[in-house]
Design a protein around this ligand. Structure first.
Ligand code: NOJ
Ligand code: CA
Length: 852
């Protein structure tokens, strides 16, 4: 299967003249790489597409402890150029056949100073981009290597647009930002850039092995330079010669769509090293999971325990009925009481008393379903490593072939970063152990993907980005996020985003929701690739739901992928093939949008039925996001239909060769007519990002506060309380925060009037020490001197209140001559005993005093 051609091979010994650079071209000649050593002996490279510069001259090097830097005083001792063509086939993925054709340039550098020091730099230039890496060969008196910094530079023009997440040594779970390149400071990778020429590049790394994760920081106006994540003692990498670094990668495409199918990272990894792969099976899965994020269940045992034998059987039954391959169960093992406490200690071999692992594994197997194991380390690495062998042996005994891991919590040993070398090695250790035990892996809070899935095809999927769960308990993911992910985080590899929430407005108080329509949730199965793809909602929300058929039918591995429309952060339309069937996913940002879909990917002279799940006439982002339309349309290779999407909306299509003549109810033209008016109505409807407006008597009247709010949480000053806009789940805007104190707001309505109701909104976020008041008192007055109490609502808050939940404290009464209104909130004083920080200071957060 694997063809291996070395087309040309050139071996040169020389001392390169300082003036002329070495250069190679990609196999299709579109990209050219130049490498030279400047007058100070510093190696540098630059990259062009035709005559357009992509990366301007950028220097390379490494600084090693106790050594003169491996950055300067070098000459090129010899170099070698090869052309290699070695296509391969994926076991699973976004397409079966992988082109792997490149020109390589390996240069051996030697110091002109003593002691003689050597470093090799290897470049591989593909049609879709460049990879380069350093090799520190064995050399006298350099056996232990402590890397203090790596200085790989990427110099751009400064005029680019960039999509990026901020540098963070512990988490990748940030919303992607779109800024001018000049506004970028420090980033995690991948960072994707649109050049003034219209070309795109994305900078990341491949084959991250026994090394620190790379972040990038801005140097000057237009250069990004590598910054490695340190060990607790500040050293970046500890190793010995010969030491090979990961590949630094620059993916290239002429347009955004072109980025999608780049196998560059996988090509820079070694071929599959697992010989028997019969147990590696891409699949969809359901799980006892969202129920915990929804506060319906708990991870720990107790009256609301989710992971009971009974509940797991119900999930297995559901999976078996609907052809879903796996059932994830979180909270099955003892120790969850200690999660997020100073001593987090999970027991990975002891199930809670109400969960029978061996029986359930059997029950699942009997029903043709795989149980998916779960290990939440909480960051306590020494404890996990102590139990690893036993934990894997238990799953092996039970016949469990899939595992989700988690690293949510403060890392131990203290001071260790998630993305540092010791953790890179830990994640690899778990991956190889999983391979040895025939276990497919899905890692959360992982190290970033760097193409290792080629070498270890049991490295199925991972989080490493902001997933669905954030919608459960924060202001959530804007629709733009999931139209940025395919061009940023997903360029690095599959993501366990966990789509498929059907109960879009799950929070009946309206504080949280999913920021999409329901049809969009289906489209994510095609737009956000993962070989283990979750149907993330609680199974009760799928029962008898017509849209679930799409999830049942959508594959998790593809023969081929074709992008039809793409603009990063705006829209994405992609078609993927599995056998004779095609599936299309279309997504938009907050703007309603109409895009044409052509079916040129279909075979000539064949009729197909397109089963279209889309936003329908009655879909509205705000008031009716759950509404979707299902229509069958007969199409062929020459058909075209409009895809019409509401704000945060989408379209999901399953296309099958037409077998039954009567299956199609519409032709393409009829469908086009049917949806012709829809964009206009979506534009008039609700949109993501609109603030919830409330009109009331106190709106924009004068208000005095005692005391003033905390300076970090003062938003628009006192105005915030009466501006007619209700703060959402984002506590950093549209809320006023008061630290450790009661506060009083007095509103002057300007004239005496009849008032029947006053309410004031407060927020609780246990994690952020923001607690509801214990009481809110409402007083009214006609002269600002004699006040009458018209209501007081007391409240005893509990640990159950979800983070960022809003509660309106209200008084109902009837008074004729009201001009002044006084609202007093009484603070808890200090955090309660059940809080993780008992006795410490507490905040009250308030927004919108509504007077009617
Ligand atoms: C964070 C993971 O991303 C989430 O999926 C999981 O439920 C929790 N940690 C608990 O392990
Ligand atoms: Ca997470």
């Amino acid at each position: 299967m694997c063809r291996f051609f070395i087309i040309s091979c050139l071996f040169v010994f020389c001392l390169q003249s300082k003036a002329s650079p070495l250069s190679i071209q990609s196999p299709d000649k579109s990209l050219s790489l130049f490498v030279k050593v400047d007058s100070q002996g510093r190696p540098s490279y630059w990259l062009n597409s035709e005559d357009t510069p992509l990366i301007l001259p950028s220097t390379l090097g490494i600084s090693v402890k106790g050594e003169i830097d491996f950055n300067r005083d070098f000459v090129i001792n010899d170099y070698r150029i090869d052309t290699i063509n070695q296509p391969w086939e994926r076991l699973w993925g976004e397409g079966k056949q992988v082109e792997n054709h490149y020109t390589s340039l390996s240069i051996n550098l030697e110091k002109t100073t003593t002691p003689v020091r050597k470093i090799n730099i290897e470049f591989r230039l593909f049609n879709d981009g460049l990879g380069f890496r350093y090799i520190l060969p064995k050399q006298p008196e350099l056996s232990e290597i402590l890397i203090m910094s790596e200085n790989s530079e990427f110099t751009l023009s400064g005029e680019e647009i960039a999509w990026w997440t901020p540098q963070d040594f512990d988490s990748y779970e940030h919303i992607h930002r779109q800024t001018k390149f000049s506004d970028v400071e420090a980033v995690n990778t991948p960072i994707t850039l649109k050049l003034p020429s219209g070309h795109y590049v994305s900078i990341h790394e491949a084959a991250l092995t026994d090394y620190a994760g790379m972040t990038l920081v801005k140097k000057g106006d237009a250069t990004l330079v590598s910054e490695l994540v340190p060990w607790p003692d500040g050293i970046k990498v500890k190793g010995s010669a010969p030491l090979t670094t990961p590949w630094r990668t620059i993916q290239f495409a002429e347009n955004a769509a072109g980025l999608i199918n780049s196998p560059l990272l996988e090509n820079l990894n070694l071929p599959n090293r697992i010989s028997d792969t019969s147990w590696i099976k891409p699949m969809k899965y359901v799980g006892i999971w969202w129920g915990m994020h929804m506060r319906k269940y708990t991870w720990e045992a107790g009256p609301k325990h989710g992971a009971t034998t009974e509940n797991t059987k119900a999930y297995i039954d559901f999976a078996a009925r609907h052809g879903i391959g796996g059932v994830l169960v979180e909270g099955w093992n003892k120790g969850w009481e200690t999660w997020h406490t100073p001593l987090n200690q999970q027991d990975f071999t002891q199930a809670y008393d109400d969960f029978d692992l061996l029986e359930l594994a059997q029950y699942a197997k009997h029903n043709g379903v795989t149980l998916i194991g779960h290990h939440e380390t909480g960051g306590n690495i020494p404890e996990y490593e102590r139990q690893l062998e036993d934990a894997f042996a238990l799953y092996r005994k039970a016949g469990v072939h899939a595992l989700k891991t988690g690293y949510a919590g403060a890392m131990r040993p203290t001071g260790t970063y998630h993305h540092s070398q010791p953790m890179v090695n830990h994640y690899r250790h778990v991956l190889t152990l999983a391979a040895d035990n025939q276990i497919m892996l899905n890692a959360h809070e992982p190290i970033k993907p760097t193409g290792l899935r080629r070498t270890f095809p049991n490295m199925m999927t991972r989080e490493g980005g902001r997933g669905m769960e954030w919608n459960g308990w924060s202001k959530g993911n804007p629709p733009e996020h999931t139209v940025s992910l395919p061009f940023t985080r997903l360029l690095a590899g599959p993501m366990d985003y966990t789509p498929g929430i059907f109960d879009i407005r799950f929070d009946r108080q309206g504080q949280y929701r999913i920021h999409t329509t329901l049809a969009r949730q289906l489209a994510h199965y095609v737009t956000l690739y993962s070989p283990m793809q979750m149907a993330a909602d609680m199974v009760e929300n799928y029962i008898d739901h017509a849209a679930f058929t799409f999830i049942e039918n959508v594959p998790t591995s593809w023969d081929e992928t074709q992008v039809q429309h793409a603009e990063i952060g705006d829209y994405y339309v992609v078609a993927r093939r599995d056998g004779q069937k095609w599936f299309v996913g279309a997504t938009t940002d907050e703007h309603p949008r109409q895009l044409p879909l052509n079916f040129s990917f279909l075979l000539e002279d064949k009729q197909y039925v397109a089963r279209i799940y889309s936003d329908g006439d009655d879909t509205d982002y705000t008031s009716n996001p759950e509404a979707f339309e299902y229509v069958n349309v007969v199409v062929n290779k020459h058909s075209e239909i409009p895809l019409v999407m509401a704000s945060g909306g989408g379209v999901a299509i399953e296309i099958d060769p037409l077998l039954d003549k009567h299956e199609g109810t519409l032709n393409a033209q009829q469908y086009t007519q049917k949806v012709a008016h829809r964009l206009a109505s979506f534009e008039k409807g609700g949109h993501f990002g609109e603030v919830i407006k409330v009109h009331h008597l106190a709106e924009n009247k004068s208000v005095t506060l005692k005391p003033t709010p905390h300076r970090n949480y003062s938003d628009d000053g006192a105005i915030t309380l009466i501006d007619g806009e209700r703060g959402s789940a984002d506590y950093t805007s549209q809320w006023l925060g008061f630290r450790n104190i009661d506060f009083t707001a007095t509103i002057d309505l300007g004239e005496r009037q009849k008032v029947k109701q006053i309410s004031a909104g407060f927020m609780q976020s246990i994690l952020h020490s923001i607690m509801f008041p214990t009481a809110v008192t409402f007083d009214v007055s006609s002269d600002n001197e004699r006040f009458t109490t018209v209501g007081m609502e007391t409240y005893e808050t509990t640990a159950d209140v979800p983070d960022f939940q809003r509660k309106d404290f209200t008084a109902e009464f009837s008074e004729q001559d009201v001009r002044y209104i006084r609202v007093t909130a009484t603070s808890l004083g200090v955090l309660p005993d059940w809080h993780i920080r008992p006795g410490q200071e507490v905040f009250i957060f308030a927004d919108e005093i509504i007077v009617n």
